[in-house]
Design a protein around this ligand. Structure first.
Ligand SMILES: [Fe+2]
Ligand SMILES: [Fe+2]
Length: 200
């Protein structure tokens, strides 16, 4: 991104603010999932290669940074507001700030843009897919399949903290079936399996 607010800078910021290795991986997993939605949106808009690259980077940055303040400021009063205030003062793109605010139901920020919707849709699903991989004896995301994920979504005792309705609502917000949304995110996370610690 020409203004210097790059994916690399977002990555540095995430690591700086986050002591928890699993939370860093969550940022990477959500980035993996938002990225293909940036690609799709760039295609839909008919962007040039350069414009597409910038748009996709915005999606990646929003994914990486959506919980970057959570380790330091986990309360509902502070997350993600403290982080967004910091990013705003640094001058990060407004589209990223809006998406980060909108990922939190209680923020009162509506999900308006495609990026807002893609980030919300990716957040819970990335966590759920990670949980699906970690229960495999190999702990490999390559062994996770869409049908198995759907089955686990019905199992109330499994990964209880993940709100199923956020996954189904997220898919609907993107105009996708749940299966399509799972397939997109699963493929994206499989492609980043080593970084996510889910290569088996
Ligand atoms: Fe969050
Ligand atoms: Fe998150």
């Amino acid at each position: 991104m020409e203004n210097g607010f790059t994916r690399e800078r977002a990555w540095t910021l995430l690591k700086e603010w986050t002591a928890s290795a699993s939370l860093v991986k969550h940022g990477l997993a959500v980035e993996a999932c938002t990225r293909p939605y940036g690609v799709m949106e760039a295609e839909r808009l008919g962007l040039t290669a350069g414009e597409a690259e910038s748009l996709i980077e915005l999606y990646a940055i929003a994914g990486l940074l959506h919980d970057f303040d959570y380790d330091r400021h986990p309360s509902l009063e502070e997350h993600p507001f403290v982080g967004v205030k910091f990013l705003r003062e640094e001058g990060w793109p407004e589209a990223v700030l809006h998406a980060i605010l909108a990922h939190a139901d209680y923020s009162g920020t509506p999900r308006e843009s495609h990026l807002d919707r893609a980030l919300f849709a990716s957040d819970e699903l990335a966590g759920f897919l990670t949980a699906c991989a970690l229960v495999k004896p190999s702990k490999s995301i390559h062994e996770v399949e869409v049908a198995g994920v759907k089955k686990k979504m019905k199992d109330k005792a499994f990964a209880r903290a993940v709100k199923r309705e956020d996954i189904t609502q997220g898919a609907a917000l993107l105009g996708l079936t749940v299966e399509e949304h799972i397939a997109n995110c699963l493929k994206a996370m499989q492609d980043r399996a080593v970084d996510l610690g889910l290569a088996g």
